[in-house]
Design a protein around this ligand. Structure first.
Ligand code: IFM
Length: 468
């Protein structure tokens, strides 16, 4: 792309992070254990280099410095999440020390001139609720709605941009369907139960948000949304009917499920029908149609890292007896980020924008995460200055931003871009293996922050909105 591209002036240009991946202070100030703390306590070997959830990137200690970094780089907004296990006690009431921390964070952010986007759930189920069944138990959905309402009441006059969930597909997939995260189950039936109940929990929380609006507890221009890891789905160039069927279910379960919920207030019927045909039992209750109808939001975030390329599966079931809808299709032209095993395909974000324009024309959205995590980045240090030389990060972000700008030119309703992991952070079982930041966190030097080479480029783009 030769032509110089620009982003709108009134564009949210910022960063994304989450409470459990940054805050630390896992057991202070009345914070309860969440599943990450429990898994760290039970099996620290499950984590890269045996680094568990405890310290995050030490944000609770260094937040003022981090906000100053964001500001200095020219960013105007950032997202983080409130941790359920910090804000509420076991009886579902406000934990005053937890609330005080978030009030202070939001105050300091305002003072720094940064708009905070607040997400309410980022894979961080409080352990006492997991022991009552977690997302498999409808009562936990009610507890989540109570949590959301408490958050709206507590911070409604401080925060404008709210989100119910980050990547709601990931817990069903990683905890219940594929044995990646604790409790490492392998049941598609359980995953479907969880996916359905998270949808209900989202809708109940949006209903609570509307209640809080009516009660005058929110700012006049407040808005609610959901953040999903939409992976535009593709199949082969000359697909068979079976490839197209694989595409339908892959896209249906991971993308359309959420898009239909947040724009139409229901789940995609063709996907539900296929699940029922396969004998999957969804925990649908009478009147759930009305419950889900409340799930329509004001806008959404799209976390974009990689496309999803699928083809017809070679067998109908996996080794655990779960139905197989699709198999990965290796695109001959693909370019990989080998550290993460994810394909790099910047045009995917443009395709997502065009799909939204065509199929969900009224939907406003922003890129809520995009980034590149690299293993052993410290090997790329300049020997004299010790600065990480990460030209690949500039290339990655430039290419994606260019396609965002193209999408906007072609009518996409995209209003912002948040880079994931502006400052290196803890990434679940991978801990600090893959570094995403424009700013390094040095674990050997008490979590000291140091700008990487790419930071100067980011500042240039963020302050001019010209993609150089
Ligand atoms: O670290 C995660 C984040 O929690 C959700 N989106 C993807 C990121 C990078 O893997």
């Amino acid at each position: 792309m030769d032509q110089q591209l620009t982003l709108p002036r009134d564009f949210f240009f910022g960063a994304a992070m989450s409470g459990p991946q940054t805050e630390g202070g896992w057991n202070v100030g009345g914070k309860l254990e969440n599943l990450w703390d429990t898994w760290s306590n039970q099996d620290i070997d499950a984590f890269y280099n045996r680094v568990g959830s405890y310290v995050g990137n030490n944000f609770m200690t260094r937040y003022k410095e981090d906000l100053a970094i964001l500001k200095d780089l020219g960013l105007n907004s950032y997202r983080t999440s409130i941790q359920w296990s910090r804000l509420l006690d076991q009886d579902g009431n406000i934990n005053p020390e937890g609330a005080a921390w978030y009030h202070e964070l939001f105050r300091a952010s305002r003072e720094a001139g940064l708009e905070v986007f607040v997400n309410l759930y980022h894979f961080d189920m409080p352990t006492y609720l997991f022991r009552r069944g977690g997302w498999e138990n409808r009562e936990v959905c009610e507890a989540y709605a109570n949590y959301a309402y408490q958050a709206f009441c507590e911070f409604g006059k401080e925060i404008r941009c709210w989100f119910t969930f980050n990547e709601p597909i990931v817990e069903p997939e990683n905890r219940y369907w594929h044995p990646i995260w604790y409790p490492q189950h392998t049941s598609f039936q359980e995953a479907c139960t969880v996916q359905y109940n998270i949808s209900v929990a989202h809708a109940l929380a949006v209903a609570k948000y509307c209640q809080a609006v009516e009660e005058g507890r929110m700012l006049p221009d407040a808005r609610i949304g959901m953040i999903c890891n939409f992976s535009p789905s593709y199949t082969k160039e000359n697909p068979t009917p079976a490839d197209l069927e694989a595409l339908r279910m892959n896209d249906g379960l991971t993308n359309r499920w959420w898009l239909d919920l947040v724009t139409k207030g229901h789940l995609p019927q063709d996907v539900i029908d296929t699940l029922v045909e396969l004998g999957i039992k969804l925990p649908i209750r009478p009147y759930d149609d009305a419950v889900l109808a409340a799930g329509v939001v004001d806008w959404i975030g799209c976390n974009y890292y990689q496309p999803s390329r699928v083809q017809a599966p070679s067998k109908s079931h996996d080794e655990h007896g779960n139905p197989l809808f699709a198999e990965p299709y290796i695109w001959p032209n693909r370019v990989m980020n080998e550290s993460r095993g994810w394909e790099i395909y910047p045009k995917g974000i443009y395709d997502f924008g065009m799909k939204c324009k065509a199929e969900y024309p009224d939907l406003e959205w922003f890129v809520s995460e995009n980034g590149i995590g690299i293993e052993r980045e410290y090997l790329n240090r300049d020997p004299e200055t010790r600065q990480v030389q990460d030209d690949y990060r500039v290339e990655f972000v430039r290419d994606h931003l260019s396609w965002v700008a193209r999408a906007i030119q072609d009518g996409a309703n995209c209003v912002g871009y948040h880079y994931w992991g502006l400052i290196d952070n803890w990434s679940w079982a991978n801990a600090f293996k893959n570094r995403y930041g424009f700013v390094e966190v040095d674990l050997m030097e008490n979590y000291e922050r140091r700008p990487k080479k790419s930071a100067a480029w980011l500042k240039q783009v963020a302050t001019t909105h010209v993609i150089s």
